[in-house]
Ligand binder design. Structure first.
Ligand code: IPE
Ligand code: IPE
Ligand code: MG
Length: 252
């Protein structure tokens, strides 16, 4: 996986879409509402995006719901976000299960309340055998955390004599990352106009196509998602090859 081959000619649809759902607070502010109203409205955009991914056959959808840095926000907002997470798991899991969705929650769970950890475990266990869309929710997740955890596990293997430092390769590091078993994101979308990664999947985004839109997350509708997919379909992914190499491979 560390040396990707020239992309297949039919790779115009991303297998894995990763989204930073940003702009909820500003959406609320525009309407003179408190920030939580924006987060609540954002749940609707999650629903339509998931439905669209199922309909068009995207394999993996990863959503950044709460970063390891979002604990810095006012306590009230953090509490509301946690409550919303619990409520959404309660409300949506059965429906997602019926639609064949497999749920995966990535991030450091140790800081979550026991009730939230239970809901997460239950949602993952219920949907583990599903064959449809894999829905990844990144919660208390950070790309640096992910790489740090992988490093810790590798170091532990060395400590107990199961591994030598010479055996460390990019491929080995990948096997210890949160999404080791899934394809890397093909398309990254960030709403809200900010053009940064904000500690999302730092390792996994190495060759991902980046797409930024000024739309605020609660306003991200079907058309907006189609626009992002269209932008992706029009790009040439080179993975270090020349454009000509990629073209020749396509025409073979
Ligand atoms: C994204 O929206 C949701 C989370 C980070 C949980 P924001 O809350 O960051 O919205 P803005 O950026 O303040 O508008
Ligand atoms: C990134 O958004 C995290 C999530 C959407 C969950 P932020 O709004 O927290 O990012 P910054 O602070 O503007 O970079
Ligand atoms: Mg933000």
């Amino acid at each position: 996986m560390s040396v990707p081959s020239v992309p297949a000619p039919d790779s115009r649809l991303p297998r894995h879409v990763a989204i930073i759902m940003d702009g909820n607070g500003r959406w609320a502010k525009q309407r003179y509402l408190p920030r939580p109203a924006g987060h609540r409205a954002g749940v609707g955009a999650v629903r339509t995006t998931v439905e669209q991914c199922i309909a068009i056959g995207v394999e993996v959808l990863s959503l950044f719901a709460f970063s390891s840095e979002n604990w810095r926000r006012p306590e009230q907002e953090v509490t509301l976000l946690m409550e919303l997470f619990i409520a959404s798991l309660e409300r949506e899991t059965q429906k997602l299960h019926k639609n064949g969705v497999r749920m995966r929650i990535i991030g450091d769970r140790t800081r979550f309340a026991p009730v939230l950890r239970e809901k997460i475990d239950a949602a993952e266990a219920l949907t583990a055998g599903n064959q449809g869309l894999t829905l990844v929710i990144a919660a208390n997740y950070g790309g640096r955390w992910d790489i740090t955890e992988a490093t810790r596990r590798i170091a532990a293997d060395i400590e107990r004599g199961a591994l030598r430092s010479a055996d460390i390769t990019a491929g080995l590091i990948e096997t210890h990352l949160a999404l080791a078993d899934l394809p890397e994101p093909d398309l990254f979308i960030r709403t809200g106009g900010e053009q940064r990664i904000s500690n999302f999947m730092l390792w996994q985004l190495a060759y991902t196509e980046l797409y930024f839109t000024p739309l605020l997350w609660p306003d991200f509708d079907e058309q907006a998602f189609r626009d992002a997919l269209d932008s992706f379909a029009g790009r040439q992914r080179r993975f270090g090859f020349t454009g000509e190499q990629v073209e020749n491979q396509k025409n073979r």
